[in-house]
Design a protein around this ligand. Structure first.
Ligand code: COA
Length: 326
């Protein structure tokens, strides 16, 4: 089995900034409430003509350049998203055409906020088994398109962005050490979009009832998040034969600063070793870990040889944790 490394990363966040002060004018909320309860100050929102594939394209171009490859070198595309351009065809196919690539396998993956880490784990299996050599994993979200800007429970949290990574066989000791994926369908009703699927197809009625927008039981999710994330970290470290002391840098899903701090405390990590961008970027679902990884790499927070843990949880419920030697 071959070890898989991340050969390059990229990210893109839209230009338009939506601040807490802007939201104060839209719903009954305050900068003080949002800042203290979530840690979010502002978030980026896609243009009305910008779809997930547009964000994915920009992040992918950066990752391809960073990995010093050409689009034609790619053997597969995995796009992690809950906000695809349309129900079908896959956003990955739209992206493949846009990148001018060969006619390689391209598919979307839906694991909500855990999508990017699910994608890295799945992609790495094809490299480990020598099926493919070069895989693009992109997480792209335009959550603003499924958010009800009259619902203060959700509109203050979610945002848009995309992050990408190129997977290649490792030529040294670096690469993915272990990964752990999990899900609990019992929590499927805690966050999601009720209408627009086969259970409740879109109709005038569903639109009138605002069922095409995301609904979230935030407080119940909050209570589960810390426990789930700590366990995911534990299992991934154990699979890699590592302990908390071995962790040099931690990239958690960016849902809430209180969740991030509680997880960091439980695993004994100072906040100087924990990546936080939710103050500027909000919760970008699958794109949160992807954008975070690219920003941390470009800002030299991660050095060669560092052991980096990426951990997420989200709708489904799903969770994932990867340990990577950089
Ligand atoms: N502004 C002001 N008040 C708000 C508000 C807002 N945007 N949203 C909710 N409130 C109010 C509630 O109505 C409630 O008022 P009440 O006490 O009078 O009933 C009060 O604030 C507390 O609400 P609650 O939902 O218990 O707050 P919370 O501390 O749990 O924070 C979240 C809410 C959503 C920020 C938090 O639960 C969270 O981050 N959950 C995790 C969400 C998540 O991770 N999602 C990602 C998975 S996809």
């Amino acid at each position: 089995m071959r070890k898989t490394k991340i050969a390059g990363t990229g990210s893109y966040i839209p230009d338009k900034v939506l601040t807490n002060a802007d939201l104060e004018k839209m719903v009954d909320t305050s900068d003080e409430w949002i800042s203290t309860r979530t840690g979010i100050k502002e978030r980026r929102i896609a243009d009305k003509n910008e779809a997930a594939s547009d964000l994915a394209y920009k992040a992918s171009k950066m990752a391809i350049e960073a990995a010093k490859i050409e689009p034609q070198d790619l053997d597969m595309i995995i796009v992690a998203t809950i906000t695809p351009d349309m129900i079908f065809p896959a956003t990955a196919c739209i992206l493949q055409e846009r990148l001018g690539m060969d006619k390689v396998a391209s598919f979307d993956l839906e694991a909500a906020c855990s999508g990017f880490l699910y994608g890295l784990s799945i992609g790495s299996q094809f490299i480990a088994t020598r099926t493919y050599n070069t895989i693009l994993v992109v997480a792209a979200e335009t959550l603003s398109k499924i958010i009800d800007y009259e619902d203060r429970n959700t509109c203050i949290i979610f945002a848009d962005g995309a992050g990408a990574a190129i997977l290649r066989p490792s030529d040294d000791n670096s690469g993915i050490i272990s990964s752990y994926l999990g899900a609990d369908g019992e929590g499927a009703n805690l966050v999601g979009v009720p209408a627009g699927g086969s259970r409740l197809p879109t109709s005038l009625e569903t639109v009138k009832n605002r069922q095409h927008y995301m609904k979230m039981r935030g407080n119940e999710l909050f209570k589960k998040a810390v426990k789930i994330m700590v366990r995911a970290v534990d299992v991934s470290l154990e699979k890699g034969g590592l302990t908390y002391e071995d962790v040099d840098f931690f990239i958690p899903h960016q849902a809430n600063i209180r969740i991030i701090k509680a997880v960091a405390k439980r695993i004994g990590l100072g906040m100087d070793k924990v990546w936080v961008n939710l103050d500027q970027c909000g919760n970008m679902s699958a794109a949160s870990c992807a954008v975070s990884l690219d920003q941390a790499v470009r800002q030299h927070k991660i050095k060669k040889g560092d052991k980096v843990v990426l951990t997420s949880f989200g709708g489904g419920l799903t969770w994932a944790s990867l340990v990577i030697e950089w």
